[in-house]
Design a protein around this ligand. Structure first.
Ligand SMILES: [Zn+2]
Length: 275
């Protein structure tokens, strides 16, 4: 089992985990099969150039969308990215809105996360030693700034805050659940933002979520509530500009990290050797 990027293997500095609509934004793409101690990632990883940066792209659900949110190999995806040299990750995703202020077509860069998933592997450190990483601010401050400023440059004023609650899925919420989440002050709801965020932190990677609102969740919508049809329609209408913002953010990320994400594991004795 090889987890290290070998001399002949292409490397990348920035990772993007997103839908398959993101393949086309890289130039000179090469696909790499990576194995990890946690199994293979969702699919071979596409590595290419973007604005002079080396970028690795993981199609979160697999190229043919075979992994529903609760079955995505999150640990393998993050481990594979780190083994290729990636240290900063941008994670675009589709979300619902828990407040009428953030309608479909809104771009939000959340600053907080609430985990309502269950039964997903949430850590790399299952045995050998207890590892407790700091997670009070789950997203990279530098990555968030890059995302917000890139959206502004692209003419798409983003919402520079918000709490993303991540549910287990794959079903959507009941009206009662949705109203309950909203009553906590949580503003966005999705199914894939966790454990992706904490697994990135556990590998000392910077992680930034870019949330495209595709629907109003069940609690604030009269009628049928969320349908997959509506989600896909709004996503399709916005994928080009979301890709544009992610590309701008790739350019804006610093070559050298000065944020706390980089040093979060300093002084902690790890039971695993990181790639
Ligand atoms: Zn960071």
């Amino acid at each position: 089992m090889s987890t290290q990027a070998s001399a002949s293997q292409p490397v990348a500095e920035i990772g993007v985990i997103g839908g398959s609509g993101f393949y086309s934004f890289l130039d000179d793409v090469e696909e790499v099969r990576v194995d990890t101690p946690f199994g293979p990632p969702s699919d071979p990883i596409a590595i290419g150039e973007l604005a002079g940066r080396r970028v690795a792209f993981v199609p979160r659900h697999g190229r043919d969308h075979r992994f529903p949110p609760h079955k995505i190999p999150y640990r393998a995806n993050l481990w594979a990215l780190r083994s290729l040299g990636v240290r900063q990750v941008l994670a675009p995703c589709a979300v619902g809105s828990l407040t009428p202020d953030l309608g479909p077509g809104t771009l939000a860069v959340p600053d907080q996360l609430a985990d309502r998933t269950s039964g997903r592997d949430q850590t790399f450190y299952d045995q050998g030693a207890a590892v407790h990483v700091s997670f009070s601010d789950p997203y990279c401050p530098t990555g968030r700034r890059a995302a917000v400023e890139s959206a502004r440059t692209s003419g798409w004023e983003p919402v520079d805050r918000g709490t993303l609650v991540v549910i287990e899925g794959p079903r959507f919420s009941t009206r009662a659940e949705s109203r309950w989440f909203a009553s906590q002050g949580w503003t966005l709801i999705g199914m894939t933002g966790h454990p992706e965020a904490v697994l990135a932190r556990e590998l000392a990677l910077c992680y930034t979520s870019l949330c495209l609102v595709t629907d109003l969740d069940a609690g604030i919508e009269e009628g049928e509530g969320v349908t997959m049809e509506e989600v896909l329609r709004v996503f399709g209408e916005n994928i080009d500009r979301l890709r544009g913002v992610v590309a701008e953010a790739v350019k804006a990320l610093p070559a050298e990290r000065t944020c706390a994400c980089a040093t979060v594991l300093d002084g902690i004795k790890l039971p695993l050797e990181l790639p």
